[in-house]
Design a protein around this ligand. Sequence first.
Ligand code: SF4
Length: 441
Amino acid sequence: MTSNTPKVGFVSLGCPKATVDSERILTQLRMEGYQLVPSYEAADVVVVNTCGFIDSAKAESLDAIGEAIAENGKVIVTGCMGVEEENIRQVHPSVLAVTGPQQYEQVVNAVHEVVPPQQEHDPFVDLVPPQGIKLTPRHYAYLKISEGCNHNCSFCIIPSMRGKLVSRPVGEVLGEAERLVKAGVQELLVISQDTSAYGVDLKYKLDFWDGRPVKTRMLELCEALSSLGVWVRLHYVYPYPNVDDVIPLMAEGKLLPYLDIPFQHASPKILKAMKRPAFEDKTLARIKKWREICPDLTIRSTFIVGFPGETEEDFQYLLDWLSEAQLDRVGCFQYSPVDGAPANALEGAVPEEVKQERWERFMAHQREISAARLQRKIGSEIEVLIDEVDEEGAIGRSWADAPEIDGAVYLNGETHLTPGEKVRARVTHADEYDLWAESLS
Ligand code: SF4
């Protein structure tokens, strides 16, 4: 954690519903790179989640606001007492913002105004898509399991910006996950810079959750999360050997059969220049083995084309690799230098027009693969988690689609469904990225 990491203090008063609100706000802020600190002095801003149920609770809330103002000065008020903004402002005119219960978006926006998030969205290094920076819908949530990274990929400045890997203790992560599920979250998206390395820094320390011992390690984390009865999706997984251990959980239906692995390239020469972790592993053979164990496995990835030194031969290697790997979902960026990244010093810069041309060829190539894989789903039965409903019908996702970055499943005419609901459906049609289906219920 660097010294310019924005820091938030949080005082949570009130009933379990208020705690759930606090959890939601904190999960969001943590995902955006804010650090939660336990003291007023260390905080750049303090959020007070109030209770307004009875007079004594209101008095306690006003006292807590007063204390935070005296100790820190920058205070945002939310929660049940927030509906009485005038009463709060009469006693404490210097509060920066007042919002009511469940107004997560407004609280997070107020924090952004006082202490902006650390950086603009950067597609090379950010964990969540730019849309995800807005507060996510209430039926899914990002679960951040660690900060920082032990690698030194040459195009990336995360290790210098956010430091080495620091895993959150597994008991803390599972407690957060449990509270999110109690709050109605149907899908947990596990994120970190390097999910497969979870716990390495803590030497897989034994922690406790619900009185049970659990190791701070990816497999044990996944096993425990799978007991919560919601969709669990893994992002930013590097193909280390320990990933093999979670594939059986996917085959048994305990974890979503979905892996987001940022391969970035396939040519050994370019991967070496990128200093990518696990670049020497026989990845194609691993993918094949995973699919033998779990035939439904969906693999999503991102790639960079036009990295310094990338020749036409390297690029062709990448296209051939894609044909072999048959990945389901793929994003692609053209290389651009990031201030402070070691790759800037590499020779062999690829001209912009060549980058563009390779990007177009890459996308066309993968589009065909993706379309063919989706065609095979026509006629199959899938479970769909509804994300939104408009006048034409419901729009959701299958287990093969992460929110914001993958495709959608359209259920035309199903206007009676509600976001967060899960329905069984039969796939009737597919294009390059999306599916259309009919509800079976
Ligand atoms: S694995 Fe590489 S790209 Fe990812 S955060 Fe670490 S250094 Fe950056």
